[in-house]
Design a binder for this molecule. Sequence first.
Ligand code: PEP
Length: 260
Amino acid sequence: MRTPLVIGNWKMYGTLAEARALATGIRDGLTQLPHVEAVLCPPFTALAAVGEILAKSPIGLGAQNCHDEAAGPHTGEISPTMLLELGARTILLGHSERRREMGETDELINRKVRAVLAHGGTPVLCVGETEDERRQGLTFTTVEGQLRAGLAGVGAEDVPRIVLAYEPIWAIGTGVNATPAQAAEVHGYLRGLVSELASKEVAQGVRVLYGGSVKPENAHALLGQPEIDGALVGGASLNAQSFLAIVRNSARTGGAAKGD
Ligand code: PEP
């Protein structure tokens, strides 16, 4: 029974006033969340304010990154414990923008995954291939390497606490989403790997989200795939009505029956 999960990644967008207005609009439109979970990941500067707005709602708070240590001389960094103190339990790790722009390696991402687990949070491990890799037939090789490295040293008992996000880089922010069949194929492959790394039972419970130009118009078809357990939404999460439509679509199509 995998409850669909929709995460809004606001990236580096929004003043505090804009973040408050967006969070309020989403909260007011989602007073009930049957058979779906929703999480908002605002910029760090807006976490406390958005956390207050979401406090009595069913919507969760998350963050876009964290350091792998609880504290230390790391100027400009934010630790998992600082995020958890603010109520941000779901933490995106290994987003392709950070891999590319900040040089984050699989090894660093793995340390972050283990740190978030150790502090009781939910890591969302992002994997995905470039356009060239897909063209060269290297999609599975790429995501397998990222998944194996990201989960290295994670005990089978902790794997169920992890969320995976398949985000083909060519689909992020481009308006060109993976087709439902393309996404489902990779999701199935990832689930097979989790089955090998942990167990079949664990793999059946792990949520694999799709990310890459998810919009209200394509959410229904993508989330209707049994292998797609929700969405990681960038651009369309910056508009309350779009995000609400995606969440509603995933509740309707995802239902509570996945993984049966
Ligand atoms: C993302 O940033 O994770 C993402 C999927 O962005 P977009 O929805 O804009 O493609």
